[in-house]
Design a protein around this ligand. Structure first.
Ligand SMILES: [Zn+2]
Length: 120
């Protein structure tokens, strides 16, 4: 039996935005920008949007990274390659790395570090 008023989540891919290393699946992969909208629903039908958030998702393993608003604005807008966009892109990649690595143990970190050294 469905309730009269409920909530629904809707995920939509916006576009691929980043090529970088994913520590979850250990590969260089594309990351897609997603928008997730929360809806108030009535009888199972979307009625009023009550908020949304943006995140990146690894195309390979679907690991997710919730984005701060400044990064969202950046990713949705220009595709120009100049010094300032390159700076924000690097900040974003750093935060993504920190976020993924924060769940690793010290042993795993040492292993990842050794792999990266070999690749260079
Ligand atoms: Zn991945």
């Amino acid at each position: 039996m469905s309730t009269f008023i409920g909530r629904m989540e809707e995920k939509k891919i916006i576009k691929p935005v980043l090529d970088t290393h994913c520590y979850q699946c250990s590969s260089i992969t594309k990351w897609d920008l997603y928008r997730e909208t929360n809806w108030m629903s009535v009888l199972g039908i979307k009625f009023i949007p009550i908020g949304h958030k943006y995140y990146l998702s690894c195309q390979n393993c679907h690991d997710e990274f919730k984005l701060k608003s400044e990064f969202v604005a950046f990713l949705k807008s220009s595709s120009d390659n100049n010094e300032s966009t390159e700076k924000i892109r690097r900040e974003l990649i750093n935060e993504l790395e920190d976020n993924q690595l924060s769940s690793k143990t010290e042993k795993q970190l040492a292993y990842i570090q050794s792999l990266r050294t070999i690749k260079k």
